[in-house]
Design a protein around this ligand. Structure first.
Ligand code: AKB
Length: 317
């Protein structure tokens, strides 16, 4: 890829690390980092163009795309599930209207678009185990409704206007660099900080709540590999199921105890996030991604846990 790239939501959990990785692959000046709030340059380690951009403002997106000659947009700006449930209007405006503005701009400027969908695009009516790539999708959270709408919009713009849309149904992403903000799967990040600092964690989901998870390096590889893939091999233009592990809080706590003896977990359930988690699958079937563009995660529970504890311990000393 030798054209310019725009990353929206570049100060977020995935955006921070994706921007840095894209800059190391394609050059600092080729990757424009955009967020609705100023981006600290230290976050992306190397200097490259940064812009303040509200994705709800279509004219501003078009201005940035034209100014920097953008050809690929990684559209990560979005509101996560727990925050969305508190403010459904904001969720719709950013997750749906924001995406629609990106797709319109992409259509007019011949850009490819990466869209992060979610395991949240499924609902209680979807098979919970080995959830197929194509199945019933009747999400019950507003977040899931915005993500499913986004998937359909992406497919529509591909079929109707030929926009090169590609998407992933991300599971919970576990990372140590930038904290996630307001998701249902955030416990799987919080637990590490609390375990390293206090040897204890109070979890807002029940011990046996199974959800798909993934370590950040695999999430970055997935997004970049999908955008680099041969488009003629991609059958699904809404979003691909991907997963690396299916975890419960109890499983994660057991693994952490191997590194931090004496670690203990307690449970103080948040009914809003528990209800959202209960409506999501336990484990996705990601065979379509494996077959069509070579998805192959590298980190399981043991490797991820060891790496997280090493990095967070280093940060906290
Ligand atoms: C959330 O919990 O809202 C996100 C997601 C799985 O989409 N991490």
């Amino acid at each position: 890829m030798n054209s310019n790239i725009l990353v929206t939501g570049a100060a977020g959990q995935i955006g921070t690390e994706l921007t840095r990785t894209l800059r190391s692959l394609y050059g600092d000046s080729s990757v424009v980092a955009a967020d609705y709030k100023p981006i600290s340059t230290s976050k992306n380690t190397s200097a490259g163009p940064t812009v303040i951009l509200d994705v709800a403002n279509a004219a501003d997106i078009a201005g940035v795309v034209k100014k920097y000659g953008i050809r690929t947009i990684y559209h990560l700006a979005g509101v996560l599930s727990a925050v969305a449930e508190k403010n459904p209007q904001l969720a719709w405006n950013i997750n749906v209207n924001g995406l629609k503005n990106i797709l319109e701009t992409a259509c007019q400027n011949s850009c490819a678009v990466f869209f992060p969908s979610s395991i949240g695009a499924f609902g209680p009516g979807s098979p919970a185990d080995n959830t197929p790539q194509v199945t019933i999708q009747r999400p019950t959270s507003i977040y899931g409704i915005t993500k499913l709408t986004g998937e359909l919009l992406c497919e529509y713009y591909y079929k109707k206007f030929g926009v090169d849309t590609r998407g992933l149904r991300f599971p919970g992403i576990i990372s140590y660099e930038t904290l996630p903000g307001g998701g249902t799967t955030d416990y799987a990040v919080d637990i590490f900080y609390s375990a390293v600092a206090k040897k204890t964690y109070s979890c807002f989901l029940q011990a046996d709540t199974a959800l798909d998870m993934m370590y950040m390096p695999d999430a970055l590889t997935a997004a970049i590999d999908l955008m680099e893939a041969d488009g003629t091999k991609l059958i699904h233009r809404n979003a691909y199921n991907i997963t690396a592990m299916s975890l419960t809080p109890a499983m994660l706590a057991r693994e952490i105890t191997k590194h931090i003896p004496g670690f203990s977990i307690t449970y103080s359930i948040d009914p809003v996030r528990q209800q959202i988690a209960d409506s999501w699958p336990n484990k996705l079937d990601d065979n379509a991604a494996r077959k069509e563009w070579g998805w192959n995660p590298q980190y399981g529970l043991a490797e991820m846990t060891k790496d997280m504890i090493t990095h967070i311990s280093a940060k906290q000393t």
